[in-house]
Design a protein around this ligand. Structure first.
Ligand code: NAD
Length: 443
């Protein structure tokens, strides 16, 4: 089948590559000329495990091409996927201008029937807006070409995106006619073989399903973070509590880890956008507001720990940060808790020595060169003459480090662990002053 994907970011690249890998003929369009040039040379501009090899293989086989030419993209695919960004607008709503620009482009160039598939996360009612923009363009051209609009939100997780795409838990397809439903089913059939995972529904429900999923996951995290703050004050250990409650199958062990707040390109903006939509429809979303408030406070927790130990005078102090990406196995720095901490440290006049296995280029792109940030070649270099180690992201490589080396490199043996990767009693036995999250009782 012929497929066009607008947007070559985390979602667009994975979607395009996986469709090509299943034998489809895929063209990816992006307006970022530098990104497209990189991709044409087989360089993948993001870090996503397994993507490099799969992308170059399909490119070499001639099933996957990259272009900045929108007309080439529109003329290619029966399926026109929209996988561009939907960042938060100033008022918290989803900024739809990238999505609607693509809709306009499709309307301007299409020369045959097209199925326009919205894969970006968009508020309920966006499919209607896409339909109206495309229709308007066609009318201006005096064209009576037919097209359909489908909502097909994406549920991949950065860091495990390929697996999530090729072995999805579910494929949500929002359609308003059986013919499009059948074509979507055919397109997804290579990823739907084991048992039927395609859930077909009306378009508005499909659009809301994506926000509901992210809001539920964000709620689980904020709930655990709130409980961790309570546990700490009560002299209880949230890690014990986590294991205790997860054993109830109605609760389960997934996604109930306390930490230093959720970040990334999805949860913060999607919870905010859903709350905004609710308010537009005269509903006050009390729980969603609380989820966001708890998260904002939780992102300050590492700085609070630092002030607790070192006091408010941080000028001249140096802090080693391990992990900068918003979670392990990605280079994505959007809304990462490490950014809140670094910026607070810089405001207080402190120095940061940081290491992340994949996100260093991205950090350099965001913050540029600055005297109070040293990006180190490895995790141990970051510790040299630092006052404390702060773990912001739980990369696997930080789980069993050489503690003796850490103790010797630091000015004083202080570890602030934003992800509870270490055990308090072990840390104390090794002579560290250790702060975790919600660990009121050392074990
Ligand atoms: P991204 O920022 O990584 O990539 C977006 C790309 O779209 C950029 O390369 C940009 O240059 C390009 N673009 C913008 N306007 C364009 C246009 N008119 N034509 C062609 N390309 C254009 O975004 P992302 O993380 O891939 O997210 C895309 C969408 O998918 C968002 O709505 C997001 O909420 C949703 N989503 C993201 C994830 C995730 O984990 N990143 C998961 C599920 C859903």
């Amino acid at each position: 089948m012929k497929v066009t994907i607008f947007g070559s970011g985390y979602v667009g690249l994975v979607t395009g590559t996986c469709f090509a890998d299943a034998g489809n003929d895929v063209v990816c369009v992006d307006i970022d000329a530098e990104r497209v040039a990189q991709l044409q040379n087989g360089e993948v501009p993001i870090y996503e495990p397994g993507l490099d090899d799969m992308l170059t293989f399909n490119q070499e086989e001639g099933r996957l091409r990259f272009t900045t030419d929108p007309a080439e993209g529109v003329n290619h695919g029966l399926f026109q996927f929209i996988a561009v960004g939907t960042p938060a607008d100033e008022d918290g709503s989803a900024d739809l201008h990238y999505v609607l620009n693509v809709a306009q482009t499709i309307g301007q160039h299409m020369d045959d029937y097209r199925i326009i598939v919205d894969k970006s996360t968009v508020p309920v009612g966006t499919a209607d807006k896409v339909r109206s923009v495309v229709g308007q363009q066609l009318r201006e051209r005096g064209s009576s070409l037919e097209f359909d609009v489908v909502s097909n939100p994406e549920f991949l997780k950065e860091g495990a995106a390929i697996d999530d795409f090729v072995k999805p838990d579910r494929i949500i397809v929002g359609v308003d006619n059986p013919r499009t439903a059948e074509l979507m089913k055919a397109l997804y059939s290579p990823f739907n073989r084991n048992h039927d995972r395609l859930i077909s529904m009306d378009i508005r429900s499909a659009e809301l399903t994506k926000y509901a999923a992210n809001a539920m996951l964000a709620t689980k995290i904020s709930f655990m973070n709130e409980l961790s703050n309570i546990a700490e004050r009560l002299g209880a250990d949230i890690e014990r509590v986590r294991i205790g409650i997860g054993s109830d199958p109605r609760i389960g062990y997934h996604f109930i880890y306390p930490g230093c707040g959720f970040g990334g390109s999805c949860f913060p903006k999607d919870v905010q956008a859903l709350a905004h939509t609710a308010q537009e429809y005269d509903y006050q979303p009390e729980l969603l507001e609380a989820v966001q408030r708890v998260n904002r406070n939780q992102k300050d927790i590492l700085m609070q720990r630092i002030r607790e130990y070192f006091g408010d005078e941080l000028q001249g102090r140096t802090f080693a940060l391990w992990g900068l990406a918003f979670k392990p196995n990605t280079d994505d720095m959007r809304e990462a808790p490490s950014r809140v901490l670094m910026e607070a440290l810089w405001d207080a006049g402190a120095q940061v020595q940081a290491y992340d296995p994949e996100a260093m280029d991205e950090v350099e792109r965001i913050y540029g060169e600055r005297a109070d940030l040293e990006l180190c070649d490895n995790q141990y270099d970051a510790l040299e003459d630092a006052d404390a180690l702060v773990v912001c992201t739980e990369w696997q490589v930080f789980r069993s480090p050489d503690f003796e080396r850490i103790r010797q490199a630091l000015r004083q043996p202080v570890i602030i662990d934003g992800r509870n990767v270490y055990t308090p009693s072990v840390m104390e036995a090794m002579g560290f002053t250790y702060y975790g999250i919600g660990r009121g009782e050392s074990i």
